[in-house]
Design a protein around this ligand. Structure first.
Ligand code: IPE
Ligand code: IPE
Ligand code: MG
Length: 240
């Protein structure tokens, strides 16, 4: 079976899940944390190398303050609680996004977990926090321009490889498979550049209900897809 090297997930549907259970939205976010744990475990077991998780978008800052504050505390709590298990299971943690917008204590805890797991060589989990695709592309252009003006780069013309070296995902292969839960069929300003040739998989399952079986179902579907990258089906079959 072809296992994707990089799986990315837009973890959506926590609010609707809470509503279905007659609870506050934060209850759904708490339940979603369990799905993250299970998914990380299954990804590692299946030999996925990179698992990126869209946890909080740039646009999510516009949600009610109580929800945003609650999400930040949940994040802090999850990082503290999960780091020992990450180290034990050889999982490396990274993040992408405008981290400086997060509360300082949450940033500090994240940085700590990133440091503690830096030597882990198994699965890499990438948390996208205060992240958006447009933010990523703009920060890349701005950093490149700064380097150019400071004569830190001689490359006057951007090519794909050079541009990608400035993206927040530099060094990480693009997602092979993107899963979005909760039935929405949109990208919601996620990795706009990196998703250029990603296989998309949408499921009605709400994120707090997402379990190992759902993940494996997505991996199975991925294995049945033919990725042609612009070539013909015959060329692909003949490995041309
Ligand atoms: C995803 O679930 C979690 C975040 C965006 C932080 P939602 O909170 O968007 O859940 P719905 O879409 O309202 O059901
Ligand atoms: C996308 O979900 C962001 C995350 C899952 C973190 P949203 O719930 O914010 O997306 P929209 O607003 O419905 O497109
Ligand atoms: Mg949503």
């Amino acid at each position: 079976m072809t296992t994707p090297t990089h799986v990315s997930i837009i973890m959506d549907g926590n609010g609707r899940w809470a509503q279905l259970h007659g609870k506050e939205r934060l209850y759904g976010h708490k339940a979603g944390a369990e799905s993250v744990r299970m998914t990380v475990r299954t990804a590692a077991e299946k030999g996925v190398k990179y698992l990126s998780l869209f946890a909080f978008s740039s646009e999510n800052w516009h949600r009610p303050k109580t929800e945003v504050d609650g999400l930040m505390e949940l994040l802090a709590q999850a990082v503290v609680e999960e780091t020992p298990a990450l180290v034990k299971n050889n999982v490396r943690l990274r993040y992408i996004g405008a981290l400086s917008h997060l509360p300082p204590h949450v940033c500090a805890l994240l940085e700590c977990s990133v440091r503690e797991t830096a030597e882990c060589t198994g699965l890499t989990v990438i948390l996208a926090l205060s992240y958006s695709g447009t933010w990523d592309i703009l920060q890349a252009i701005n950093r490149y321009t700064r380097d150019l003006l400071a004569n830190k780069t001689d490359d006057q013309v951007l090519d794909i490889a050079l541009f990608e070296s400035y993206l927040s995902t530099a060094g990480i292969p693009p997602p092979d498979l993107l899963i979005r839960t909760s039935g929405e069929k949109r990208i919601s300003n996620y990795m706009l550049w990196q998703l250029a040739y990603t296989e998309l998989y949408f499921t009605q399952t709400l994120w707090p209900d997402f379990r190992s079986e759902d993940f494996i179902k997505a991996l199975d579907e991925y294995a049945r897809r033919e990725r042609r990258f612009g070539k013909t089906g015959t060329q692909c079959k003949n490995n041309e």
